[in-house]
Design a protein around this ligand. Sequence first.
Ligand SMILES: Cc1ncc(C[n+]2csc(CCOP(=O)(O)OP(=O)(O)O)c2C)c(N)n1
Ligand code: SF4
Length: 308
Amino acid sequence: MAHNFRSDVAIDWCPGCGDFGIVTGLTQALTELNYGPNDVVAVSGIGCSGKTPHYLNMAGIHTLHGRSIPYATGVKLANPRLKVIVTSGDGDMLSIGAGHFVAEGRRNTGLTIILYDNEVYGLTKGQAAPTMALGEKTKGLARPNVFGKVNPITMALSSGYSFVARGFSFDTKHLKELIKKAMIHEGSSFIDVLQPCPTYNNINTMEWYRGKVYKMDDEKSWDPVVLPDTSAESVSEKFNNAYKRGLEWDDKIPIGVFYDNRAIPSFVKRIAEYLPDYLNNPPAEQIVAGTDGYTNVDPFKTFADRVI
Ligand SMILES: Cc1ncc(C[n+]2csc(CCOP(=O)(O)OP(=O)(O)O)c2C)c(N)n1
Ligand code: SF4
């Protein structure tokens, strides 16, 4: 029988919050991919979005503000067989966590990062998050936003993420399909999910998004996939097309897959190339202590063997 990924914990998000649609899309994707509770781990930072692991019936870690990626990287590298999902707010990921976000793009570890993008810091009462436009004034702000905005899509592309997509939390079916694609992607995947925060953001509402989002996947000519035999010229064309689409944010906002490069080896694969036993005997499965409780690990030998 398929595992039920929704936990019994009562959800305390506000009515109408876009977070609900993300959890629905995520749990449906995990079920359709036939994962069991021991196949996946969810890691979050701090924020309304950070509560997600509590609502999932599987292993999860609610970590420090902005630090979900380092924790998730540790989980993935300790046991590369696990699928590791990061659920994080735009404040958590792109403000305090921005350095980790960029570093993860370069590594391509194999995490699936889901950005809960509501343009505000929901949990701390509606301050401007890094995705809010300069001069915007939501009801949570005393004065118009004085900061410029970052663009999560172009930021992910420039950081090196090999799978970059955008979904909308009120199109759960479409989001579920994006999450499935992201999870089977070998390298790191990033999905920017547009979601309303009805409590603090009265501008980017469900209706506002509904009137603007369109699906790139509906266009027959849109092909974001790079395979190992794709020519260098075509790779740069696909990347440039993705970047150009990533800049669209006016009357029309694209959702769907911007870029899906399957040719870049994941960090796990790169490590396995110089530590031949890594995948057969990953750190999480090694016996690190004897029956006396003392460590078996000899760091001097480990480094002598592995570091040139
Ligand atoms: C080191 C640190 N700095 C600041 C905070 C306060 N804080 C808690 S949640 C949060 C922002 C959450 O916003 P976002 O990531 O956009 O998530 P949302 O609540 O909108 O889902 C902040 C600044 C904290 N908990 N820890
Ligand atoms: S404050 Fe906003 S983001 Fe947080 S639960 Fe309420 S509606 Fe959702």
